[in-house]
Design a protein around this ligand. Structure first.
Ligand code: NAD
Length: 442
């Protein structure tokens, strides 16, 4: 086997089923639902993955209960997967215990079906030990950045999840691959195309999976819009318009340091607009036209831009017009327009409280429909997708190549802003996405 408060990236305010088939079939049904089936089971068995070794204690003790509802008319009862016992789940080492890890990722891991936290890596041992006690991680599995390589000896860690400042993603991805671990890395993938390529190369060489944590691509409403586009419900696409902004506070934070952040709002929050323009349309931009603004007298913007505006052109004629700012009140939205309709999210890109609408002609009249979806945890979906990929040895939906392509566009945007000219973008040399995430999570 290859073997921000309240809900966005930027800490501007800085506060810190079961029926008579029985549970016995749940592992099998997971594989089927995730579209991997027998091949995945064989691959997992070959890899020595824990659950493939034989039935777990939960599976051996499965109790069959008869159905009391009419199966022809009633919906099957949904229950948590009783077979996803902690020892069967894919183990994650969380590297970097900042806001995202503490406020989102660790709580989400507790909601995951196929994933669990098994180690922590932090520069602050006292903080890490407190968190380890909270999440049941043994003290021996708490490391610092210099003892990171000790994770190699821990078979309970299969994936290293990198949640460090952007400028540290490449180093820790390469180090994780070299000790034989799969990598889930936060967005943006890194600070340069060269760094992104080194991460892909290291994981390929080690025959390990690399996924970039583009959580919006695992979010239910975004996936609905992808489906609408594929089914041509909006007709021929013409424009995508998006914005992602919020005011940043503390001028000393790493997000305002070029070496650690790679740029200002563009790689941090603008990347949501850019990535959405690509995955919602299913096309790759071939030209970028951009401008950035950096005030001379604001101590926050000594090294990075305050705001960026960019237009991307796509081969079919679609344009994406996007802005991202660290200097205006929290605002996150997008609208995708086509010849027969539009779909929008406002708010978009956040962790929760998202809202979607679409408009099209129905029965001779223009109709607007508001979509509501039961809120679910995007981080849990995203992390479980990575675990499913590890279990089935499948390329993630958002692999390293997806992050690399965004970085190529980011560099074209900055170049256009610098030169005042449009910058051409060559198409990616390989596909940038793996198969869609399993529908079971939505
Ligand atoms: P944060 O500042 O809250 O945490 C960063 C962690 O890295 C801290 O524990 C800090 O101690 C540690 N660190 C190690 N070396 C450091 C250094 N030299 N300078 C500063 N910190 C250092 O940041 P965060 O909000 O948790 O972001 C971490 C990563 O997650 C970033 O790549 C960010 O883009 C990404 N992120 C993604 C989302 C999302 O929705 N997917 C949301 C927020 C952040």
């Amino acid at each position: 086997m290859r073997d921000s408060p309240p809900d966005n990236d930027c800490p501007s305010n800085d506060s810190n089923a079961r029926d008579d088939e029985s549970v016995e079939s749940s592992r099998r049904s997971f594989l089927q639902r995730s579209g991997t089936g027998l091949a995945a089971a064989v691959a997992a068995a070959a890899s020595g993955t824990a659950w493939a070794a034989g039935p777990s204690i939960a599976e051996q003790n499965a109790v069959k209960l008869s159905l009391i509802q009419d199966p022809d008319t009633e919906q099957k009862e949904e229950t948590p997967d009783a077979n996803a016992a902690p020892s069967d789940r894919i183990g994650y080492a969380i590297v970097g215990l900042g806001r995202l890890s503490l406020n989102q990722i660790l709580p989400a891991l507790a909601q995951c079906k196929y994933s669990r936290v098994t180690a922590l890596v932090s520069g602050d041992r006292d903080k890490a030990l407190k968190i380890a006690r909270q999440y049941g991680v043994p003290e021996r599995d708490v490391h610092d950045y210099s003892t990171f390589e000790r994770l190699a000896n821990n078979p309970r860690v299969q994936v290293v999840y990198i949640v460090l400042p952007n400028g540290m993603h490449a180093e820790f991805t390469v180090r994780a691959a070299r000790i034989g671990k799969h990598v889930l890395c936060e967005k943006p993938m890194a600070n340069s195309v060269a760094e992104c390529q080194s991460m892909i190369d290291a994981c390929q060489q080690a025959q390990k999976l690399l996924m970039i944590a583009y959580r919006s691509q695992y979010e239910a409403m975004d996936r609905m819009i992808v489906k609408m586009v594929r089914e041509k419900k909006l007709g021929t696409l013409s424009e995508f318009i998006a914005g992602n902004s919020q005011n940043v506070g503390d001028p000393t934070q790493w997000r305002l340091k070029k070496a650690l952040a790679g740029g200002g709002p563009l790689p941090d929050v603008g990347i949501y607009c850019l990535n959405a323009a690509r995955f919602l349309t299913g096309e790759e931009p071939n030209e970028a036209i951009a401008t950035v603004y950096r005030p001379d007298d604001d101590p926050r913007f000594k090294e990075v831009e305050q705001s960026v505006h960019f237009v991307l052109r796509f081969p079919s004629g679609i344009t994406a017009t996007c802005m991202a700012s660290y200097g205006s009140h929290e605002s996150r939205f997008f609208r995708l327009q086509g010849s027969q309709g539009w779909a929008e999210m406002n708010p978009a890109f956040g962790y929760n409280a998202l809202s979607m609408r679409h408009g099209m002609r129905v029965d001779g009249k223009n109709a607007t429909t508001e979509i509501t979806v039961d809120p679910t945890n995007q981080f849990a979906h995203e992390i479980d997708h990575m675990s499913q990929c590890v279990l089935s040895d499948t390329r993630p939906h958002t692999p390293g190549e997806e992050g690399l392509q965004d970085q190529r566009v980011v560099e074209a945007i900055y170049k256009s802003a610098r030169t005042g000219r449009p910058v051409q973008i060559a198409p990616p040399v390989t596909s940038t996405r793996g198969a869609d995430p399993a529908e079971e999570v939505f």
